[in-house]
Structures are given as structure tokens and as C-alpha cells.
Design a protein around this ligand. Structure first.
Ligand SMILES: Cc1cc2nc3c(=O)[nH]c(=O)nc-3n(C[C@H](O)[C@H](O)[C@H](O)COP(=O)(O)O)c2cc1C
Length: 319
């Protein structure tokens, strides 16, 4: 049965990747899952300098999902190359490194560094994290266009800023470039098109939805940051619709995510047009869940006598 797919220059033995920020740097889950079975690993987002993250608490459970306001806590690119990359390179699964910056220059510096690393097969541009302040970047890149950004605005909320950051990074590397979009927009299609125009090889979506929760006994927000990003099964229908819209509108491959918990959910995203999927929140429920999701996809194909996964891609039937 053919589960193998290609995203840009990356060949994956199956379409299931772990989503950024939900799987650490893989070592943390060693022994809980056979890492070699994964289609690809996407790392936690790395920034140029160390980031302590947002104030606690940074996670809270919601109905059918979770809110997080981690704030891209990480040790910075130097630590990543020295401490995390050696382990990740030995797994034998394509490695995609997620990066984020507050200026185009920062994004480019990160991609230049990663371009020298043979083990890194792809770069995912996280221009959609709802938990960092990007006003500095927004000002630099968008002033010319008289676009106003607030503290919680995202690069992925502005098509010109999206185009500029992707185009800047594209000039620094030939590695497969994936741009990760935010669902917190009015028209996700125009942002996806801007990323493709800038030179992105693929689009991944969705990052989390802005959300908040309140403890009615203390009347305090449940997250230290007040606002966080909502993920998990509660966002699946919203994410699916956006994946469908984007997949119809662009030629480049789409990587879908948002609340995928089993093989059937993954198949749904592929019928909507996603060539591959990423699994996020489900890893917190069960770190080995990706193996089950891959098995679930195989079972679906077998049951429906489909030999090649490509046959279901975007194959949505009309009523
Ligand atoms: C705790 C947590 C941390 C996350 N950190 C990142 C991150 O560092 N970079 C990123 O691009 N997305 C991050 N995400 C978003 C996920 O990669 C994914 O886009 C989102 O959660 C939707 O998928 P899901 O519903 O399967 O979790 C994070 C999500 C969670 C729940």
C-alpha cells in the first residue's frame, strides 16, 4: 500500500508528522513511540535567542481541547544545534525545523544557520504564534503599507508581511520551505497565496485560535497571559474548512492540522485536500498516538481497496 508522499524536496514514507511544540525535540518521548515510524518530525519553534516564555499558568484544559500560552519558550538556535540536533539527526525520519523571529532579519539569520545543517530537510516558518508580541516586526515591515498592528497581531494576519518574510527567507535557503498560517484571519486564502508568491514550497495550517478561559471562583483568567491559543478536537471543523479553502486555491501542497485524533480524522483532512497532516494536542493525550493514526490510515485504505494515498487527496464528492 502506497503511503509515501512528497512535500517539496522531502520524501515522507507516510503523511503523518508531529506538530511543532507538541512533541518537544523527540527525546522527551523516547520509549513511548517508535519514532522511526513517523512521516516527519517538526520541532518546537526555535528563535535566535533564548526565550523564557510567558508567565504561568500556560496551559488549561477546555471542552474538547486545550488553551496554551507557552510563548515560544526555547533555548535559542545555538543550543538547538549543539544539544538537540545530534539526537534528532539520528532518528532516520525527515526533520523539519520550525523557526520564528521578530524581524525579517531574524528569520533570515535562522534560516541561514539551518541551511548549513545537512540533517535539516525542511524549515517551517511559524509566522502564526498567537503567544508572542510581534509589534516590532510588524512596524518594520508594514509601516510602508500604512498597516496598523496591535500587540497581539501576527505576521500571518497581513498578506504583505507574510510575502516579505517568506521572500526574505527563500533567498537564504534551497531547503523545503513550509509556511504555517494562522486561522485568526478573515481570508486565509489570500495569506496562503502571498506565502506561495514569496516562494513557499508548502503551506501548513492551522496554528491555534485565539481564546481565553476564566475561573469563575477567583474571577481570574486561567492563563497567566490571559489570552492563549485553542487547539484539539474542538477546532477540527474550523480547521478542516480552512484547509479545504486553501487547498482549492493554491497549487502547492497543503499540510493540514487541527484536532486530529485518529486515522479517520486524518483521512477527512486529506479528502479536504491536505497532502499530509500534523498531529498536535493528541500527543498530550497519548504520546504514541501517531503510530495508531498511521495504522488507522492504512486500515481505511485497505478497507476501501485504495492502493495509493494520492487517490483520496482532495477527492471530496458533492451531495
Ligand atoms: C502546548 C502547545 C504548544 C505549541 N507550540 C507551538 C510552536 O512552538 N510552534 C508552532 O508553530 N505551533 C505550536 N503549537 C500549535 C500546534 O503545532 C498546532 O498548530 C495546533 O495545536 C493545532 O493542532 P492540534 O489541534 O492537533 O493541536 C502548539 C500547540 C500546543 C497545544
Amino acid at each position: 500500500m502506497g503511503l509515501d508522499i512528497r512535500i517539496g524536496k522531502i520524501k515522507l514514507k507516510n503523511p503523518v508528522m508531529v506538530a511543532s511544540g507538541t512533541f518537544g525535540y523527540a527525546k522527551e518521548v523516547e520509549g513511548l513511540i517508535d519514532l522511526r515510524k513517523l512521516g516527519a518530525i517538526v520541532t518546537k519553534t526555535i528563535t535566535l535567542k533564548k526565550r523564557p516564555g510567558n508567565i504561568m499558568p500556560r496551559i488549561c484544559e477546555t471542552a474538547s481541547g486545550m488553551l496554551n500560552s507557552i510563548g515560544l519558550q526555547n533555548e535559542g538556535i545555538e543550543d538547538f544545534i549543539e544539544e538537540k540536533l545530534p539526537y534528532l539527526s539520528k532518528i532516520g525520519v525527515p526533520l523539519i525545523v520550525s523557526i520564528s523571529g521578530e524581524t525579517i532579519k531574524e528569520f533570515c539569520e535562522l534560516s541561514k544557520i539551518l541551511d548549513n545543517e545537512k540533517a535539516v530537510k525542511g524549515i517551517e516558518l511559524n509566522i502564526s504564534c498567537p503567544n508572542i508580541k510581534v509589534s516590532a516586526f510588524a512596524k518594520a515591515s508594514a509601516d510602508r503599507r500604512r498597516s496598523q498592528f496591535t500587540v497581539h497581531s501576527l505576521i500571518a494576519q497581513d498578506k504583505s508581511a507574510t510575502y516579505e518574510v517568506v521572500r526574505g527567507v527563500r533567498r537564504t535557503t534551497d531547503k523545503t520551505l513550509i509556511t504555517k498560517l494562522s486561522p485568526n484571519v478573515t481570508d486565509i486564502v489570500e495569506i496562503a497565496q502571498a506565502a506561495c508568491k514569496g516562494g513557499s514550497d508548502a503551506i501548513s495550517l492551522v496554528n491555534t485560535f485565539f481564546g481565553m478561559a476564566i475561573d469563575i471562583h477567583t474571577k481570574m483568567p486561567r492563563l497567566g497571559n490571559i489570552i492563549g491559543g485553542l487547539s484539539g478536537p474542538c477546532i477540527k471543523p474550523l480547521a478542516l474548512k480552512m484547509v479545504w479553502e486553501v487547498a482549492k486555491a493554491i497549487e502547492k501542497p497543503v499540510i493540514g492540522m487541527g484536532g486530529i485524533m485518529d486515522g479517520d480524522d486524518a483521512i477527512e483532512f486529506m479528502i479536504a485536500g491536505a497532502k499530509a497532516v500534523q498531529i498536535g494536542t493528541a500527543n498530550f493525550v497519548e504520546p504514541g498516538i501517531c503510530e495508531k493514526i498511521i495504522k488507522g490510515i492504512e486500515e481505511y485504505l485497505k478497507k476501501n481497496k485504495i492502493k495509493d494515498i494520492g487517490k483520496i487527496l482532495g477527492n471530496l464528492q458533492s451531495k
